[in-house]
Every structure is written in structure tokens, then in C-alpha cells.
Design a protein around this ligand. Sequence first.
Ligand code: FAD
Ligand code: SF4
Length: 471
Amino acid sequence: MGDVFQFMKLSRNPGQKVEAEVRRVRFMEIYRPLSATDAADQAGRCLSCGNPYCEWECPVHNYIPDWLALVQEGRLFDAAELSHKTNSLPEICGRVCPQDRLCEGACTLNQGGFGAVTIGAVERYITDEARKAGWRPDMSRVRPTGKRVAVIGAGPAGLACADVLVRNGVLPVVFDRYEEIGGLLTFGIPEFKLEKTVVAERRVMMEEMGVVFRLNTEIGRDVTIDALLDEYDAVFMGMGAYRAMTGDFPGEDLPGVLKALPFLINAVRQNMGTLPAGEEPVSMSGKRVVVLGGGDTAMDCNRTAIRQGASRVICAYRRDEANMPGSRREVANAREEGVEFLWNRQPVAIEPQADGALSVVLAETRLGEPDARGRRQAQIVAGSETRIECDRVVIAFGFQAEPADWFEEAGIRCDERGRTRLAGGAVFKQQTANPKIFAGGDMVRGADLVVRAVYEGRQAAEGILGMLEVW
Ligand code: FAD
Ligand code: SF4
């Protein structure tokens, strides 16, 4: 163990941020990687608490103080092996987790105002640098069981499930309707939070481990669920939550009003050079843009519009800053990049203007009592409407899960919010009403976080291994 007072001598450094002026025109990650010295120094700030709260707040319960100690000692490959014992996508979670609300929010150093250990940046450093130095997951003790599992969806839940299965000798075959793996990691989260090369590198690693990907294949259209149930020993569904929520006010369907996810996917595909023939590239260049919503998706739309050259980006949200769902870090980044925020504003209409522009009508709100989920409800203040003139509006009100039309015949049950139900009293983790089908991630939880999808994918894999009696 190094200097126990390092946390006092050395301040927190999550990786140097690229200057806002440079960021505004680049679709690249904004945090520079830690050097080996910085990573060891930052890891050395950990107090190795006897009861590490960071581990409990981390949804996959990473062995955080243990891998921090390995980094401090320069044992990079051991750290990479250990971090993969609990997390299938550590370099990705290290980049996109809202650490301020999870591991770092719980760090003991926060209580004393010393600044949390930069857990996310070190987690990212471990896999990135270990891979560059030649580390490969240790598969030497894996014995094939002869079992095969179909995984529907190559998002974080599906990838995590496949990772645990293949490490236990079960062959995962992962199907996805898209041409690349990653789910929202590729077709949603923009490059300034997660560069696509990181996901591509993870694909290489998983293929080296023996995971098989069948892309451009939609279950229910190209292959039936019955075929999967016949051909495989079990099925895992990690299909995400894609029904865009609406505000139910006039003008949401006007030309110039865009939905968040198609806008973000269009931008990603432009950057990747994979925009399908016939799909127009969307550009906010020179446009006045209003983004409606206050979650991570809204922040990504704001910052994408800035990078596409919007002349002005205003983000309007119906609650105040303290009650917004988006990560504080991402709001701060958006603000630095030039996004203007209007809090306590609820859209009540979007109106077309004679010159082709749009006018967003916003009412002021006041926060009322917390609802059943503990969130304070926004109540409109009568007669408080104001208008903002703009050229484009992006609606980012979040997503709900949605049952596929084949769920019923496959014996899958959903709740009133479209979320797949797990079987009550199921013997195996993440098992649905059809005992051969397991599920996890956003389709079970509703739209949530990457790390929670990873956790449920891993849990489901354990359930499947238990059912197949190979655990
Ligand atoms: P998904 O990632 O949605 O993957 C589901 C996959 O299933 C998709 O690839 C889809 O093509 C495939 N699929 C669906 N149906 C079929 C079918 N019938 N056949 C074949 N394939 C199918 N979380 C964070 O932690 N940090 C962030 O910064 C963050 N930013 C976000 C930004 C945006 C714009 C959005 C929309 C979400 C963000 N999230 C973030 C949330 C996070 O991305 C999700 O919680 C996570 O990706 C859910 O993982 P999943 O595997 O359940 O689903
Ligand atoms: Fe923190 Fe997320 Fe890593 Fe857990 S997975 S240690 S919450 S960054």
C-alpha cells in the first residue's frame, strides 16, 4: 500500500478535458486518456475502505478498491482480468456511466470534500491499455459444454449475457437487426461520449473468445422465435426499449420537428459513412434549434446539434436543474459547449410560421409534491406562455419498452408499460413466463443505463447456465 494521505496531496483528475472550442466542432471523446503515471497516482488516492460503498453503489458490484490497488502496483493484466470478473464492458461503463450518481457519488472521499477517486477513468484505462499491451481474456480453463444459446440483441444486455455464457463453455449466437453490434452504444450514444472504435474493439475481443454474431437479422422478420426455440438450448432477449414518448401537444408532427433517436442515428451514420441509400443527411448547420427534454438523450441531441454547426441551441425542460434526470456531468459539458438551458418550461404547442420557421410555445411550471416514484411533478402556471422562434425542434422525451408481435405466441408477458415481465417465483434468474426464454436490460427495466443492462445480461446468463445444469 502506498501513501495513505495521497488523496490530500494529489487532487482528483478524471482525465484532461478537450477545450470547449475544439469540442464544439469534433465528434470525438472529450476526456483525454490517463497516462500510466496518472492512473497509478489516481488509483493511489483510494482509501481502501473496509466497507467500500463504491462497490455497493456500482450496479455490477465491481471489485473497485482491488483493481485500483493492482493499477497502483502496475499489474495491468491482473487488473483487466479482475475487472472482467464482474463487468463485461468495463471500458464502456468507465466512459458512459453517470459515476457522480453511482460509484464516485458513494466514494468516502466525497464526504470530506476531497473529490472522489476517478473510478470511471481508471476502469476505462485498464482495458484500453491492457488490450494495447497484448492482454486477452484468459479462456484457458473453459471447457465446451456442447450447449448453444440464441441471444436476441447485441446491445449491452445481450453482449454481457454472451460474455458470461462463452466463458462457461456455452456457445452464444447473437442476432441483431442492425449491421453492427452495440445497440444504443453504436446507434444512439454519440462519439463525443463513446467513440465507435471502442465498440468495434469489443467486437473483436468477443469474436476471439468464440461469440458468434449474426447481424442484419431481425427476429420475427428474418428468423422466427420458433426456429430459435427449436435450434437452441435457450434464448436470451435483450431487445431494448424503442417506443419514443410523445408530449401529446399540437405540432409534434410538423416538418422540422425531429424525433431524438432517428436524429442521433442519422448523425452517427453520417460520421461512419454508412447512411443508407435514399436517407437524407440531417444537418443543423446555421439553424436555431430547440431541444425538448432533460435526460441523457436530450443532452446528446443538444451537443450533436452544436457539432453540426447550429447557430443557437436552447434546451427546455419542465422541471428545475436539480430535478432533471440527465447526468450532471453531461449538463455541465453541454453548457460549456454553448447550449442554453431553460428550466421549468413545459412545451404546450409547436406552431408553423409563415416564413417556414417554427414557434415553440412554452408554459412556465412550478414543482408540486413528489409522485409515487418520488419525482416532483411539474405543474403549469396559468397564463405564463412564451414563444421561441426556431428552425428545428428535437423531441427527446424518453423511451418505453414495447412488446413485439410474436411475444404472445412465445408465451412472453408484458406489463402496462410494455416491459417484459419475469416469471413470478422463477427458479432461474431473469427467466420469463416461457421457461426457455430469459430477458434483461431496457426491455425489462424500461429505458435505463448501460451498466444496469450489463448486470441483467450477466444475471440472465447465470440463470441460463443453472437451467442447463452447466454452472
Ligand atoms: P439496446 O442497447 O437498446 O440494445 C438492444 C438491441 O436489440 C439493439 O441493437 C436492437 O437492434 C436489437 N433488437 C431489438 N429487437 C430485435 C429483433 N427483433 N431482432 C434482432 N435484434 C433486435 N446509458 C448510460 O449508462 N450512459 C449514457 O450516457 C447513456 N446515454 C444514452 C444516450 C441515448 C441517446 C440513449 C437513447 C440512451 C442512453 N443510455 C445511456 C441508455 C443506454 O444506452 C441503455 O440503457 C442501454 O443501451 C440498454 O441496453 P439494452 O441491451 O437493454 O438495449
Ligand atoms: Fe462506476 Fe459504472 Fe464502473 Fe460501476 S461500472 S465502477 S458504476 S463506472
